[in-house]
Design a protein around this ligand. Structure first.
Ligand code: HSE
Length: 352
């Protein structure tokens, strides 16, 4: 079955998604009987739509040559209902760069899509971090699916581990390295690089937010803690509920002291049930190299759930590089798209 997607945001993640679909759609069709078509793409400068499907290579070419997908004849205004209507899409993928002030432009598209009866795959954290209750309430009332595994440190399967694997156990809390940029910067600094060099490396690796202060000041990690906590504990945390300390205060002396103790400093996000309430924070911590988070290399992320009666359960990644940071997140968007298509009965069972 052909599944039509409207995409907001054509930065690292959006372009990664177009690249992966260009290269892997045949495979998904063979394996799952589903093919994903981009029928609308909106970037900062405008939008293009075609309900029969836009050409992936042409979109990527337009972006790289002209800086926008909308330089051609089919340029449209940013009006949300007009864009969604013109796309005729079943699913919105929201991957525009995020902010924690009003979560726009993504939030209007997410709400507009649910209003239109579309399912939503969210890759940008703003809508979830600022509007969790409203978003989940609207989706539930409309019978729509909202998937967001790309928002929480993809491709580490944090939500799937909690919701599918640990489903019969009690989750008491979790801790994780949930922001790759600050992890890369701290790792580079512990090897002698300056803070500025660390930031540049993370930007070159394609993992930093458009505004890296969101990474280094802990906003990105705090948003991820909030999302995992609300998903796992059924809480309604807001961003202000996550105590937040970033990595700017971590100096050479502190890193040196850790090294002398054969330990490392990592930015750890955590949430825990305390007397039935969720207590959440993000802060730099010194960790042993034996620790499942302490031993992670600079570009990796990971999460450890503390459970009864299973004990600690970890999921970590070691990114393969290659396509760059955006494609790693885009691969997680594809995970959500295929699972959504399965839930909707749009795939066929695997054949031998
Ligand atoms: N900027 C984020 C990070 C990537 O460094 O982890 C997207 O969540």
């Amino acid at each position: 079955m052909n599944v039509r997607i409207a995409l907001t945001g054509f930065g690292n993640v959006g372009q990664g998604l177009a690249t992966l679909l260009r290269d892997r759609n045949e495979l998904y069709e063979r394996r799952y009987g589903v093919r994903f078509t981009l029928t609308g793409v909106r970037d900062r400068s405008g939008a293009v739509t075609d309900p029969h499907g836009l050409d992936f290579a042409a979109l990527l070419h337009a972006k790289s040559e002209q800086g926008t997908v909308a330089a051609g004849a089919n340029d449209m205004e940013r009006d949300v209902p007009t864009f969604l209507e013109a796309s005729q899409a079943q699913i919105l993928v929201e991957a525009a760069s995020t902010n924690y002030v009003d979560a726009e432009p993504g939030w209007s598209y997410v709400l507009g899509a649910i209003d239109r009866g579309m399912d939503v795959v969210v890759a940008s954290k703003g809508s979830l971090a600022l509007h969790w209750n409203e978003l989940m309430g609207a989706a539930k009332a409309a019978g729509r699916h909202v998937l967001y595994s790309a928002t929480v440190g993809s491709p580490v399967p944090s939500l799937q581990l909690a919701e599918r694997v640990l489903v019969g156990a009690d989750i008491l809390g979790f801790e994780g390295i949930l922001n790759a940029t600050s992890h890369q910067i701290l790792t580079a600094m512990s090897q002698g690089a300056s803070y500025a060099e660390g930031v540049r490396q993370a930007q070159e690796m394609g993992m930093a937010e458009t505004d890296p202060t969101l990474d280094v000041d802990g906003w990105d990690a705090a948003a991820k803690v909030l999302i995992v906590a609300n998903a796992v504990f059924g809480s309604s945390l807001r961003l202000d509920d996550v105590r937040r300390q970033g990595i700017r205060g971590v100096g050479a002396q502190e890193l040196e002291r850790a090294r002398e103790a054969n330990e490392v400093i990592k930015l750890i996000g955590r949430a825990r049930l305390v007397d039935g309430k969720v207590v959440a924070s993000v802060a730099p911590e010194q960790r042993s190299l034996d620790d499942p988070l302490g031993r992670l290399r600079g570009d990796a992320m990971g999460i450890v759930f503390d459970t009864e009666p299973l004990g600690r359960m970890a999921a970590t990644d070691e990114p393969a590089g290659g396509y760059g940071g955006g494609v790693t997140t885009a691969m997680t968007v594809i995970r959500d798209l295929i699972n959504l298509a399965r839930d909707r009965g749009w795939t066929r069972p695997p054949t031998a």
